[in-house]
Design a protein around this ligand. Structure first.
Ligand code: NAD
Length: 253
C-alpha cells in the first residue's frame, strides 16, 4: 500500500511548523502532493519553509500566523485557511524543565496552554467547520511517550501529554458520528529544538542507553506511522495513541 499517494490533493494544516517535527511533516506532506498550510508564530521561518516547498514543486503551500494559546489567533488562522481542510496536525508544543517542587506556576500554565488548550482550540475549530460543511476530517495529535510513563524534571510536560492522550480518546468518541477521526502519535526522543543540547549531557547519554534500540529517533522514523494516521489508509482507526520510540516504552524496569 502506497501510504504517501493517499495524501495527494489533500489539504493539511500543521501547527508549530516553523521547526523540528512540524517542518518535517510539512516537507513529507508536500513531497506526497498535499497542499500544506504551515502555521506558527515565527513568520520568517515559515516564509522560508514555504519558499523551499514551492521551489521543490509543492502543490500549494501557505504560511499562517498562529499562536495556539490565543483563541483569537486560532480563529483568525481558520478564517485565513486557503481551502477546505482535510487534515489537522496538532504539533505545536513546548517543554519547561525544572523540579516540580520549585517550578513557577506560570511555567505550568504556559505548558498547559500550548500543549493541551491549544490542540483543544484547534481541534474544536476544525471539527465545527467539518460538521457545518457536512464533511469529515482527520486530526493527528503529537503526544509523547511521557503520556504513558513519566520522566523526571518535566512534570507539567508529562501531565500535558497524558492530557493529549485522553483528549484524543474523548474527541474520537464524540466525533466519530461526524466522520472525524482523531488519533495521536507518541514519539520517543528525537533531537530537535525542544530538547537541544540535552543529549550531549551525561543524563542525555544515559537516556539513550535505556532505549532498547540504543539510538535516538530520527524525524523520518515517524513518516510511515504519520502517513497511516493522516491518510484514509486506516479508516476504522480512531482514538488511538501510537508509540514510535525504538522500544523505549517497553524498556525493562
Ligand atoms: P520544536 O521546538 O522544534 O517544535 C515545536 C514547535 O511548536 C516550534 O516551532 C514552536 O515555535 C512551536 N510553538 C510553540 N508554542 C507555540 C504556540 N503558542 N503557537 C504556535 N506554535 C508554537 O520541537 P519538536 O520536537 O519538533 O516538537 C514538535 C512536537 O513533538 C511537540 O508537541 C513535542 O512535544 C512533540 N514531541 C517531540 C519529541 C522529541 O523528542 N523531539 C518527542 C515526543 C513528542
Amino acid at each position: 500500500m502506497d501510504l504517501g499517494a493517499r495524501l495527494a490533493g489533500r489539504h493539511v494544516l500543521i501547527t508549530g511548523a516553523s521547526s523540528g517535527l512540524g517542518a518535517h511533516f510539512a516537507r513529507l506532506c508536500a513531497r506526497h502532493g498535499a497542499r500544506v498550510s504551515v502555521a506558527a508564530r515565527r513568520r520568517e521561518r515559515l516564509a522560508a519553509l514555504v519558499g523551499e516547498l514551492e521551489a521543490a514543486g509543492a502543490a500549494g503551500a501557505t504560511a499562517l500566523d498562529l499562536d495556539v494559546t490565543d483563541a483569537h489567533s486560532v480563529a483568525d488562522c481558520f478564517d485565513a485557511l486557503p481551502a477546505p481542510l482535510d487534515v489537522l496536525v496538532n504539533n505545536a508544543g513546548i517543554s519547561g524543565p525544572g523540579a516540580a517542587i520549585d517550578l513557577p506556576v506560570e511555567t505550568f500554565d504556559a505548558i498547559m496552554a500550548t500543549n493541551l488548550r491549544g490542540p483543544w482550540l484547534m481541534a474544536t475549530h476544525a471539527a465545527c467547520a467539518w460538521r457545518d460543511a457536512g464533511r469529515g476530517g482527520t486530526i493527528v495529535g503529537i503526544a509523547s511517550i511521557v503520556a504513558e510513563r513519566v520522566a523526571g524534571g518535566v512534570a507539567p510536560y508529562c501531565i500535558s501529554k497524558a492530557g493529549v492522550k485522553q483528549m484524543t480518546a474523548a474527541l474520537a468518541l464524540e466525533w466519530a458520528r461526524f466522520g472525524i477521526r482523531v488519533n495521536a502519535l507518541a514519539p520517543g526522543y528525537i533531537e530537535t529544538e525542544i530538547n537541544a543540547g540535552f543529549f550531549d549531557t551525561p543524563a542525555g547519554e544515559a537516556l539513550v542507553k535505556r532505549i532498547p534500540m540504543r539510538r535516538l529517533g530520527r524525524p523520518e522514523d515517524l513518516d510511515a506511522p504519520f502517513l497511516l494516521l493522516a491518510t484514509d489508509a486506516a479508516p476504522w482507526m480512531t482514538g488511538a495513541l501510537v508509540p514510535v520510540d525504538g522500544g523505549h516504552l517497553v524498556s525493562g524496569l
